[in-house]
Design a protein around this ligand. Structure first.
Ligand code: BGC
Length: 742
């Protein structure tokens, strides 16, 4: 439609139709047939109102979506199609590694490729919008949702978020294989106090702008069609009512003209925050913050008519929101083809499609992080006449998908570590023993949250006698083996929304198994399945090797087998620090310097008297199966002015005995500025393949843009003075080379 036609359509809509466009409903309104199933307590809209709804969340399946759309167009007074929205977070038919794992690739290209494949599968299945990417900066591993994020760093998160948007949307949202992205959750939802879900956020305007907002902005600049507001209140102002962020910054400064949607009922959450009292007050605040669509719950529906009648809001305000929804539909090409690319047959064919499975498998080695590899115990050799015991619940578990996965693949399609390893090496001298279940009934989360534990009750070991016997049997197997591969970790359902943990350790039952095995065998390789950084201090000390696998998705078992036996080398790097202990959280590499900070190398005084100031493993850390030597770090000039470019370069030599891939990282530090600046800030990274014995020169470009920060007056500036540049394999590099900003 042309702009003129779109405006004419808007002008022709009744008030009820307008309300419908901005009030999202849930798929629960539609029965299996795709027909409205009537109203009940939760479903307060009547059939006519449902017929006028502009969008729906959680209708799944090509056939069902087609039916719902068909009925909807028939019954809507202006025959306006609906938008179908869903959380498609790390894959659709094909499940890929979780976003946090994806970020560890340090490859925006991989994130883009995964999003592209996801869009291809989702669009033929009838979906139009995904509530992704989530670019909330996460610095506290206790928060359950860190697995949906790209980690702790604003620069890396910005690159990954923008890549995901491009992957989902392509160049033109009306084209085949695309879905609209919805960047979320504005703003700073990841900064909830102590990682407590939906908790309080309180950031200064400077930190908000400097560290937490850039990634949302970059996703908007990359063209994200939608944006979602957060559940949280920042400094007491609910995000969905935060005019400063939503209007002054998002609309006026950034020029974002896409549709803004609330989080699921984040309008009503405002009442929980104790800000507005009535639905009408909620609706007023949200509309004034230019929130265009209310996701479920019904404050707009309940409140707007009264507000309009009393003259507390204007029809222009409502029209602006409705128009943004119509624009979204237009961008998606829905007026020309309300079914878009919905195709049941194609959707079926894309399940298990070899291209996607190959990408999913490849992405495993590129996202897992090898933290330790003493005596080069990895990779394993299946033919060296040594016995390998695979022990731990993840040896037999097939669900290594991680939270927010759309588990529409049947269990039998998916391998576990046992089947993948024995299929690859049928003659290998292996023994497989799960040793225990994923959780015991002595687990705090089981005791304190019995209702939630119902979600994973079939994974909880309750028989204490069998627990002892099974662990004893695993110990026997470990005794008789040369090497033990322990596949242990969190349960797939204890990460994601509403899954914050105060104790970020592996479940007790598995730790008991690990300790018992470590008593009898020194050659332990741990493969850790985890949503978030965990406190693995003790495990890392006792094990010879540690692979952080995260939740790698549908091809987890083959992908991990590739890594264990060296068909592929692990190349991921941490994007969140691993703490020594939960008491260090929040912990991140880009801390501000203090009197007693790691910058004073020879003067380590800890922030706590019972643990170091630095993390156990820092941002950017990770090993592979070869080693690299850095030399000849150079700057093309020793001063930099506005409009100029400085080249920083380094020679990286592969000094190991196989070809490899290195993630070269560049950090800067502004040691004296108007406000305190971080000890280090990532400003560039490059993942380069380097052949055995070869040296590659890696270059980075820096401009004054990279040195900018918000000063006391909140001006975004760079200041003349010294800048330190660090180039190396991770954020712990100490040596720097300096230049002057002039
Ligand atoms: C989450 C969002 C999600 C939405 C829709 C909310 O509870 O916070 O991230 O997109 O639900 O499912």
């Amino acid at each position: 439609m042309t702009e003129k036609q779109l405006k004419e359509l808007l002008a022709d809509l009744s008030f009820q139709e307008k309300l419908g466009e901005i009030q999202q409903i849930t798929g629960a309104y539609f029965g299996d047939s795709g027909i409205v199933t009537g109203t009940d307590e939760d479903h307060i809209l009547n059939e006519d109102e449902v017929n006028m709804s502009g969008s729906v969340i959680n209708v799944v399946g090509a056939a069902k979506i087609r039916e719902v759309q068909e009925e909807h167009i028939k019954n809507h007074p202006h025959h306006i199609p609906m938008v179908f929205m869903l959380d498609i977070i790390h894959g659709f038919a094909t499940s890929f590694p979780t976003p946090l794992a994806q970020s560890c690739s340090f490859e925006p290209e991989l994130v883009e490729a995964i999003a592209h494949e996801t869009a291809r599968e989702a669009s033929v299945s009838g979906q139009h919008v995904t509530f992704s990417p989530m670019v909330d900066i996460c610095r506290d591993a206790r928060w359950g949702r860190v697995m949906e994020s790209y980690g702790e760093d604003p620069y890396l998160t910005s690159k990954m978020g923008a890549a995901a948007v491009k992957g989902y949307q392509g160049d033109d949202l009306s084209k085949e294989g695309t879905i609209a992205a919805c960047v979320k959750h504005l703003a700073a939802y990841g900064m909830v106090e102590a990682g407590r879900e939906y908790g309080t956020v309180d950031t200064s305007e400077r930190f908000l702008r400097q560290y937490y907002l850039p990634a949302y902005k970059e996703a908007c600049d990359a063209g994200s069609a939608l944006l979602m507001s957060a559940f949280t209140a920042n400094g007491g102002v609910p995000a969905t009512a935060d005019k400063h962020v939503m209007v002054d910054i998002l609309r006026d400064e950034w020029g974002f003209d896409g549709a803004v949607i609330t989080d699921y009922g984040s309008t009503r959450t405002m009442k929980s925050h104790g800000v507005p009292e009535t639905d009408a007050q909620v609706a007023k605040l949200a509309l004034e913050a230019q929130i265009d669509i209310e996701m479920c719950l019904y404050c707009y529906h309940n409140g707007l008519p009264e507000l309009l009648e009393k003259g507390e809001i204007t029809m222009e305000q409502i029209d602006r929101a409705v128009y943004r929804v119509l624009q979204l539909k237009n961008k998606l090409g829905l007026f020309e083809n309300p079914y878009r690319y919905t195709d049941e047959q194609k959707a079926y064919e894309l399940k298990n499609n070899p291209e996607a499975l190959a990408l999913a498998r490849e992405s495993v080695s590129r996202t897992v992080v090898l933290l330790k590899n003493e005596e080069k115990i990895l990779p394993l050799n299946a033919n060296d006449n040594k016995k390998i015991a695979f022990i731990g619940p993840y040896v037999e578990e097939w669900d290594m998908y991680g939270g927010w996965s759309i588990r529409n693949q049947h269990k039998i399609d998916v391998k576990n570590i046992h089947t993948a390893v024995s299929e690859r090496y049928p003659d290998g001298d292996f023994v497989f023993n799960d040793g225990c279940m994923l959780l015991g009934d002595d687990e705090e989360m089981v005791k304190f949250s019995p209702k939630r534990a119902q979600l994973y009750k079939e994974y909880i070991e309750t028989d204490h006698k069998s627990r002892k016997e099974r662990i004893a049997k695993a110990v026997e197997d470990a005794k008789n083996a040369d090497t033990v591969v322990m596949c242990i970790g969190e349960h797939t359902k204890i990460g994601g929304e509403l899954s914050s943990r105060a104790n970020i350790v592996i479940p007790k039952i598995q730790k008991e198994l690990f300790d018992a095995v470590a008593e009898v065998n020194d050659n332990i390789i741990v493969v850790l399945f985890n949503h978030r950084p965990l406190d693995i201090s003790d495990i890392a000390e006792k094990a010879k090797a540690v692979i952080v696998a995260w939740f790698p998705g549908i091809m987890a078992a083959d992908g991990i087998t590739d890594v264990l036996f060296g068909d592929k080398a692990p190349t991921g790097r941490l994007t969140m620090c691993f703490p020594h202990t939960v008491g260090q959280c929040p912990i991140y590499y880009a801390q501000l310097p203090t009197d007693h900070s790691p910058v004073t190398e020879d003067y380590y005084v800890t922030g706590f008297i019972d643990c170091p100031l630095t993390p156990l493993y820092s941002f950017g850390e990770g090993l592979t199966y070869t080693e690299f030597e850095y030399s000849n770090i150079k700057l093309s000039k020793d001063t930099l002015s506005e409009g100029e470019t400085l080249i920083a370069s380094v020679d990286v030599k592969n000094i190991g005995d196989r070809d490899g891939v290195e993630t070269v990282q560049l950090y800067i530090r502004d040691p004296y500025a108007a406000v305190s600046r971080p000890l280090k800030e990532l400003k560039g990274f490059k993942k380069v393949a380097i052949k055995k014995g070869e040296t590659v020169t890696v270059e980075f470009q820096l401009t004054t843009e990279d040195m900018k920060f918000y000063n006391v007056e909140l001006e975004y500036i760079w200041e003349p003075g010294e800048i330190q540049v660090f180039i190396g394999p991770n954020s712990t590099i100490k040596e720097h080379i300096d230049f002057k900003l002039v």
